[in-house]
Design a protein around this ligand. Structure first.
Ligand SMILES: C[S@@+](CC[C@H](N)C(=O)[O-])C[C@H]1O[C@@H](n2cnc3c(N)ncnc32)[C@H](O)[C@@H]1O
Length: 196
């Protein structure tokens, strides 16, 4: 039994590192985010009782686990990552979740084709600082058009500033605030919340 668990962990890590080597700027993290970061990223989900949760850049599910610990039903979870290996891994792990291997800039069209026109909250670990500005704007337009008017986006970054400028947020009548910081992540991580 121990051997199988070890094999699984090895397999899990080899998918992560194989893809990191192939797409370093897209994955943009040596390690998945840790549980402490996940707790900060999912604090806004506490007590929510309806609607979908969209996770952008779900990777191999480090934050997904923390979302599920907030009692979000698996079938209300939308996991989106452009990396096919990651999406494939998550679709096998979370059989009831809605998993898509897609670019976040196609989120609105993709979800609408599934009959999903609105999401309650968003959890985002996309590496915004590595994404070209034009693509960033397209992703933001997609997510703010999908977000419930009272919804909140949590976003993680390794830098002290929110990766989305005040000017861009203002165009959607949103603002950001630093919600938390953890030294326990490698490297340390800042979590911002974006809402009305
Ligand atoms: C820093 S990793 C975070 C992974 C995971 N959430 C974790 O905590 O370990 C960023 C993820 O965003 C994905 N990604 C990067 N650009 C993307 C885009 N434009 N659309 C969708 N996913 C993207 C990468 O494939 C990668 O899995």
């Amino acid at each position: 039994m121990k051997k199988i668990i070890k094999m699984d962990r090895f397999e899990h890590q080899s998918i992560w590192y194989k893809n990191l080597l192939a797409n370093p700027t897209e994955i943009a993290a040596l390690f998945p985010f840790n549980a402490e970061t996940g707790k900060l990223m999912t604090a806004h989900l506490e007590g929510m009782d309806e609607g979908y949760i969209l996770e952008l850049g779900s990777g191999m599910g480090a934050i997904t686990e923390c979302i599920l610990q907030r009692q979000v039903p698996e079938d209300k979870l939308i996991l989106l990552d452009k990396n096919e290996d990651f999406a494939n891994y998550l679709s096998h792990k979370y059989r009831n979740a809605n998993v898509f291997a897609e670019d976040a800039s196609n989120a609105k069209k993709l979800l609408q084709a599934q009959g999903i026109c609105e999401v309650r909250h968003i959890v985002c670990s996309l590496p915004f600082v590595m994404i070209k500005q034009e693509k960033q704007l397209s992703i933001l337009d997609n997510i703010f058009k999908l977000l419930h008017p009272q919804g909140c986006v949590s976003i993680v970054t390794y830098f002290v500033r929110c990766p989305i400028s005040k000017k861009v947020l203002g165009q959607y009548n949103k603002s950001s605030e630093l919600f938390g910081f953890t030294m326990k992540n490698i490297p340390p991580a800042y979590v911002y919340q974006i809402k009305k």
